[in-house]
Design a protein around this ligand. Structure first.
Ligand SMILES: Cc1cc2nc3c(=O)[nH]c(=O)nc-3n(C[C@H](O)[C@H](O)[C@H](O)COP(=O)(O)O)c2cc1C
Length: 203
């Protein structure tokens, strides 16, 4: 586990459980890491995120219940605005606003991003800033957040209610064990058609 991720995840009760069940405290030496670190994604993470067409978003309710919701869109809809900031357009949906309501009280979120064909997964912890808007132009007019950063955002055609900006607090890659390879229809077709146009042209 990365040191920043461990510094957040290894709370006193987690460390006590590590001592009790795992035989040793894995949190030693992490105290010097700030609670609000600036963590930069590298090229590997940026490339991975740009290829995703979905992720899972966990928030925390004011009664301390976790809530997990699925978000989906075109590949790359979760955008890397700079090495410390992700953003996605939150579309009008089921009108329940559970994630949104949770984030108004507690801006902490956890994301898990899956790449089933290559059996990879990336976990991200971050603070979410919500920018409410009726139109993309409105958020620039309000100037509520860093306009230069938001100007990098590519907006989907319609139904955008707000932009969610995620400031990265930590990320961690998990091992591939127990990830069953799964393929979308397109992925399956591109892997199983050896006589694609490019291979014919090259030969
Ligand atoms: C008509 C309709 C279209 C939706 N389109 C999307 C979509 O394109 N992408 C997405 O992640 N969720 C989509 N959703 C789901 C919701 O936007 C979103 O998951 C939900 O409103 C938020 O759930 P929560 O209250 O649990 O946070 C759609 C929901 C409905 C009813």
């Amino acid at each position: 586990m990365s040191r920043h991720f461990a510094a957040i995840a290894y709370t006193p009760s987690v460390r006590a459980s590590q001592r009790l069940h795992g035989g040793r405290d894995l949190g030693e030496g992490l105290e010097e890491i700030s609670e609000t670190p600036v963590v930069e994604l590298g090229p590997r993470e940026c490339e991975f995120i740009a290829a995703r067409d979905s992720f899972y978003l966990a928030t925390v309710s004011e009664s301390s219940w976790p809530h997990v919701q699925h978000r989906g869109g075109q590949a790359g809809f979760l955008q890397v605005l700079d090495p410390t900031t992700l953003a996605f357009a939150d579309l009008s949906g089921n009108r329940q606003y559970v994630s949104v309501g949770n984030l108004t009280k507690n801006d902490r979120a956890a994301l898990i991003l899956m790449d089933y064909p290559n059996r990879r997964r990336l976990k991200i912890l971050g603070h979410v800033e919500m920018v409410e808007l009726a139109t993309p132009q409105e958020c620039f007019l309000r100037g509520a957040v860093n306009p230069k950063l938001l100007a990098k955002m590519k907006f989907p055609e319609s139904n955008v209610e707000r932009i969610m900006l995620i400031r990265i607090a930590a990320f961690d890659w998990n091992c591939s064990r127990h990830i069953t390879p799964r393929f979308t229809e397109n992925e399956w077709q591109s892997r199983s058609s050896p006589l694609s146009a490019t291979s014919i042209t090259k030969e």
